[in-house]
Design a protein around this ligand. Structure first.
Ligand SMILES: Nc1nc2c(c(=O)[nH]1)N[C@H]1C(S)=C(S)[C@@H](COP(=O)(O)O)O[C@H]1N2
Ligand SMILES: [Mo]
Length: 445
């Protein structure tokens, strides 16, 4: 988010373990430093932005009103303003020990509306990313036996792109999003607590159509296996029930252009409402079969450790969830008074119908405004008018979806799931706004 005279942005840079520890130990060193810097920046900014009658920004004609601007040729592919260079995907400490297996988090604190700009879409690679030559890329569609699918086919990108296409807005969320928070409030900013969710318009061909072209037996076929062309050989089982309603796409487009290489160029699976790992990138093969495949990516990864010590498999649906993105962890409110509280809500089961916001730790709730068109399995932006009286506040949001599911508290989730899970944490997030204006990630017991 741009510097503004009411909110000091959250620290965007890499937060080392030591810094995190000092924040949570309640030592004021790091945050006090940030606060002092914020105050200094504010004083300087105030001199420039206050609209007094001798404001130099009104009186003096800036160069850009007098001179020639830059010619169009200066920008073949547009890039953001140089004043926005802090808004970036970031890696998190502790999560990216192996070089090609990595995560970069989307800077949710600085985004508006529901679409994640493609260059800020979170990334999750199990074995690094590739920029695959589209002319050489192939998608094979086959069956587990000859009767399951009569006519196995291999599609080129050109074959796929001449077929009827559809475009839809959907969120994608890694099953591990908010995963570090199961035990306690672990990371300081919303970028690291919730930044493994993004939302785009995807364009592609319904997978059902390809299966139909290949003569699939839709009575016997119960599952497909989707396989990626990178070194991780990402493989996931997708139930046919999701595919038959034409929601699952073999997609090449994202936000009006071809997919970005880091998001699966030239082809990826789009599985609305289902955790990110099933959205296989660099998609090279689809197999139709009559039972779940039980691959490495679904038997040892993306499973939920329960208090009993047992693991739960195939909990794929991303349940109803929301988070306030401003004010959020690491930001510092520099003034009392009116503030637009804003955030994002989503559900893998359909549309968001309601988001309630509390400023007192969940005792009182008020409905927020849902902005724009609310779409199924898509991010929904909420806003709420609020006035900060300068006293400590506990800010929370709680989403409800069209199936009636309500976002649970940490206490609710832990009753069933314990504290040692990594995946599928949709608990209500709490931000503590302190009298100093500093915002902290906390959990209420
Ligand atoms: N081929 C391939 N597909 C993949 C992955 C991968 O490493 N290789 N990662 C998966 C995981 S775990 C997630 S969360 C999403 C992330 O998609 P993104 O990088 O476009 O955000 O892609 C999924 N598809
Ligand atoms: Mo993931």
């Amino acid at each position: 988010m741009r510097n503004n005279r009411f909110i000091q942005p959250a620290p965007e840079g890499f937060l080392g373990k030591e810094q995190i520890k000092s924040v949570y130990a309640g030592r004021r060193g790091f945050m006090a430093g940030a606060f002092a810097a914020a105050m200094a920046a504010t004083t300087a900014a105030r001199a420039q932005t206050s609209a007094s009658k001798d404001d130099p920004n009104i009186v003096n004609l800036p160069a850009h009103t007098k001179g020639l601007g830059q010619g169009v040729a200066a920008r073949g592919y547009g890039v953001p303003s140089i004043y926005e260079k802090n808004l970036q995907r970031r890696e998190s400490p502790g999560l990216t020990a192996v070089s090609a297996s990595g995560v970069s988090f989307a800077p949710l604190q600085g985004l508006f509306g529901i679409v994640t700009p493609s260059g800020l879409h979170f990334e999750r690679h199990h074995q690094g990313w590739w920029d695959i030559e589209p002319d050489k890329h192939r998608l094979m569609v086959n069956g587990s036996d000859e009767k399951m699918l009569k006519k196995p086919m291999v599609f080129t990108m050109d074959d796929l792109m001449r077929l009827p296409s559809v475009s839809r807005f959907h969120f994608i969320e890694c099953g591990a999003n908010t995963g570090m928070e199961w035990g306690n409030a672990a990371v300081p900013t919303v970028q690291y607590t919730h930044g493994m969710v993004s939302c785009s318009e995807f364009t592609g061909v319904p997978l059902r159509l390809l299966l139909e072209m290949c003569g699939a037996d839709f009575k016997r076929g119960k599952f497909v296996l989707a396989e990626g062309a990178d070194g991780s050989s990402m493989t996931r089982t997708i139930p046919m029930s999701l595919i038959m309603n034409d929601e699952v796409l073999v997609a090449y487009g994202m936000n009006g252009e071809m997919l970005r290489p880091e998001n699966g160029y030239p082809l990826r699976l789009v599985v609305p409402g289902v955790q990110g790992v099933s959205w296989v990138k660099y998609l090279r093969r689809i197999e139709l079969g009559d039972e779940a495949y039980g691959t490495k990516d679904e038997t040892i990864h993306y499973i939920d450790l329960l208090p009993s010590g047992m693991h739960r498999q195939y909990s794929s649906t991303q349940e109803v969830k929301s988070v306030i993105t401003t004010p959020s962890g690491g930001q510092v409110l520099l003034d009392k008074g009116f503030l637009n509280v804003t955030g994002l809500a989503w559900s893998g089961r359909g549309k968001i119908t309601k988001v309630d916001v509390s400023a007192d730790g969940g005792r009182n709730w008020k409905p927020a405004r849902l902005e724009g068109q609310v779409m199924s399995k898509c991010l929904t932006r909420f806003n709420m008018d609020w006035s900060w009286d300068g006293k400590p506040a506990l800010l929370m949001s709680r989403a409800t979806d069209e199936t009636g599911h309500i976002q649970p508290t940490y206490a609710d989730n832990r009753k069933v799931r314990g504290t040692r899970s990594i995946y599928h944490n949709n608990s209500i997030q709490t931000w503590l706004l302190q009298e100093s204006g500093e915002v902290k990630n906390v959990q209420l017991s």
